[in-house]
Design a protein around this ligand. Structure first.
Ligand SMILES: [Zn+2]
Length: 213
């Protein structure tokens, strides 16, 4: 299969150094393999998108000599594809609405873990826990307790317990925005991405995206 890599920054500010490292590594990997390197702007979250930042990132990449194949994919133009994926998951019975607020989930766990991922305890698995839920609700994916092996050329193979560590995760947020995990999985598939080179901060996200795949 021909190598197709990508760089997918969020336009939430300037291209910072960590992103530049990820861009360089993914670019060189793709070019070394004689493959394509695509650029995707992950501008799916309007509250976090800084106006002008997408253009600034593109200009910076151009100035540094990066050359991408094809046109830039903007996630803000892809809502229909995410909706189609969600509809398919609904039809398959793999997702459910969740009425829990963040504060309810925090108090259920006794203590908050700032910055950490909270495991969703599955309160709404058999129907929204609130008797009269406030619309709209978040949509969660049912995660089965199956170990997920992830293979990485630097980290090696690691087995993730998504059900135990993360639980059923959100694929469409309460504010009706599609979650990163769903959007990135749909777009990687649509763009035929074969290899992902990215920062280790996204290592824990990989098994969630593999479950969605
Ligand atoms: Zn819930």
């Amino acid at each position: 299969m021909p190598y197709r890599g990508r760089f997918a920054p969020s336009p939430s500010g300037h291209l910072h150094f960590g992103s530049l490292v990820a861009a360089t590594a993914s670019y060189l990997s793709a070019r070394q393999a004689g493959g394509d390197w695509l650029l995707r702007i992950e501008d799916l979250d309007p509250p976090r998108t800084v106006p002008g930042s997408a253009e600034q990132i593109v200009t910076t990449l151009e100035a540094l000599g990066f050359e991408w194949n094809g046109s830039i994919l903007y996630q803000s133009t892809r809502v229909e594809a995410y909706q189609a994926a969600l509809t398919r998951l609904l039809d398959l019975g793999l997702v459910y609405p969740c009425s829990c607020s963040r504060s309810e989930l925090l108090s259920a766990q006794g203590a908050s873990k700032p910055g950490g991922t909270l495991r969703y305890p599955g309160f709404c698995r058999h129907g929204p826990r609130q008797r009269f839920p406030v619309e709209p609700m978040a949509i969660r994916l049912r995660v089965e307790p199956i170990p997920i092996p992830v293979e990485d050329q630097i980290q090696g193979i690691r087995i993730f317990d998504v059900a135990g560590k993360v639980g059923d995760f959100v694929i469409r947020r309460r504010d009706r925005l599609y979650a990163y995990q769903l959007a990135v999985t749909v777009d990687d598939a649509a763009q035929g991405i074969t290899h992902v080179v990215r920062g280790i901060d996204l290592w824990d996200s990989t098994p969630r995206q593999m479950i969605l795949q």
